[in-house]
Design a protein around this ligand. Structure first.
Ligand code: ADP
Ligand code: MG
Length: 352
């Protein structure tokens, strides 16, 4: 597989540099100790946050990211979480661009911008075995660092905003089981809704049985990124990889990162999740506990399923497309790992 569904036209509603208030620009220039000559929107990812690559008077560049008044999510809180991760994670500068500082207009729903070293990137896609190997090496360091190096201040997954839900036996497939109307809405994802209904009734018991154990997700514990996707992984011109967007950083079962990331790679490439897992195990030297992985996959796919069918948010035209693509890859893996029947076709448009 790989890019099964056609990408929708349209981009996220990110603000232009001209919208940044002059007082914030002045604060940034003070922080960076140079004038900003100009800045372009940095595209990538599926959020509406403000993201810029700024060119400085010295011709060096800085990456600037943050929240703005036009954003309707909990932007400020997310950016604070991310800055906290940069200040907490040990050795983060060895796998992420350096954090340079943060400025704000002091308003909770206002502007708050953080500055980072800008990476001169080459496109992450298409995935190749070399690139995946580089990322897996980096992830092994994150996931299997010496336990005593995990900072106590790094929140456990079960207490972390937006992440704790994956460790609770509720929502996702369990919601479809308990709420007939919600399950019916999910069927909108299928080309043939009757075939979708038949598939759901045969696959749901197994998916629910595994998701019901979400609070017992086990296996190796390490530092987690929890938003691993090609848009949060950068490669520079020396093929060095960097992880960015640390909003969800926490400590918890490593299978949580794998259950999200391997299907995300599979959705964008010709690699199957099973082959990716084999490569990850070879590189890390760690055998991943299958039952824990199955539980994490049931939970991750359930929550993805409970998002992918929803209406497309006006400011985020590509979000549901990405969710549908990753869900499809998750289900292909679930067919192999959980012995459920293969799902019938999702709605298109498909690539030729
Ligand atoms: N330090 C950086 N240097 C260059 N480009 C970056 C840097 N950090 C992020 N980007 C680019 O900007 C995009 C958005 O940044 P990200 O931190 O992921 O924010 P968002 O929360 O909007 O996803 C990324 O997908 C990547 O393409
Ligand atoms: Mg991102």
């Amino acid at each position: 597989m790989g890019f099964l569904f056609q990408e929708p036209i349209g981009r996220e509603a990110r603000p232009a540099w001209a919208e940044v208030p002059p007082a914030l620009v002045a604060q940034l220039q003070e922080l960076l100790k140079q004038k900003i000559i100009h800045a372009d929107i940095a595209w990538g990812g599926y959020s509406p946050s403000a993201t810029f690559v700024a060119t400085l008077a010295s011709w060096e560049k800085a990456f600037i990211k943050g929240t703005h008044p036009g954003q309707d999510t909990h932007g400020t809180q997310m950016l604070r979480q991310e800055i906290e991760a940069y200040q907490t994670l040990p050795d983060i500068q060895s796998f992420s661009p350096a954090y340079l500082g943060c400025v704000s207009d002091g308003r909770e729903e206002g502007w708050m911008l953080a500055a980072f070293d800008s990476i001169d990137t080459l496109p992450t896609l298409p995935w190749t075995e070399e690139k995946i190997t580089t990322v897996f090496r980096l992830l092994s360091r994150l996931h299997f660092c010496d336990k005593k190096n995990i900072p106590p201040a790094l929140p456990p997954a079960r207490d972390k905003n937006y992440i704790e839900k994956f460790l609770r036996p509720e929502g996702g497939w369990l919601r479809f089981r308990d709420e007939r109307q919600t399950a019916d809405k999910f069927l909108a994802l299928f080309e043939d809704q009757d075939a979708g209904r038949d598939w759901l009734s045969s696959a749901l018991p197994r998916l629910c049985e595994k998701q019901a154990k979400a609070h017992m997700t086990g296996g190796a514990v390490g530092m987690l990124h929890q938003d691993l996707r090609s848009d949060n992984i950068l490669f520079d011109r020396e093929d060095r990889a960097y992880l960015v967007d640390w909003v969800n950083a926490c400590q918890g079962p490593v299978v949580m990162d794998l259950a999200q990331f391997l299907p995300a790679v599979s959705a964008e490439s010709a690699f199957e999740c099973g082959a990716l897992l084999g490569l990850y195990e070879k590189i890390s030297g760690v055998k991943i506990d299958r039952e824990s992985l199955v539980i994490a996959l049931a939970s991750a796919s359930g929550h993805m399923a409970d998002n992918a069918y929803r209406a497309v948010p006006a400011k985020l035209p590509r979000l549901r497309w990405m969710q549908k693509s990753v869900l499809w890859a998750m289900l292909q893996w679930a067919v192999v790992l959980m012995d459920i029947p293969p799902p019938p076709r999702f709605t298109g448009p498909y690539h030729d």
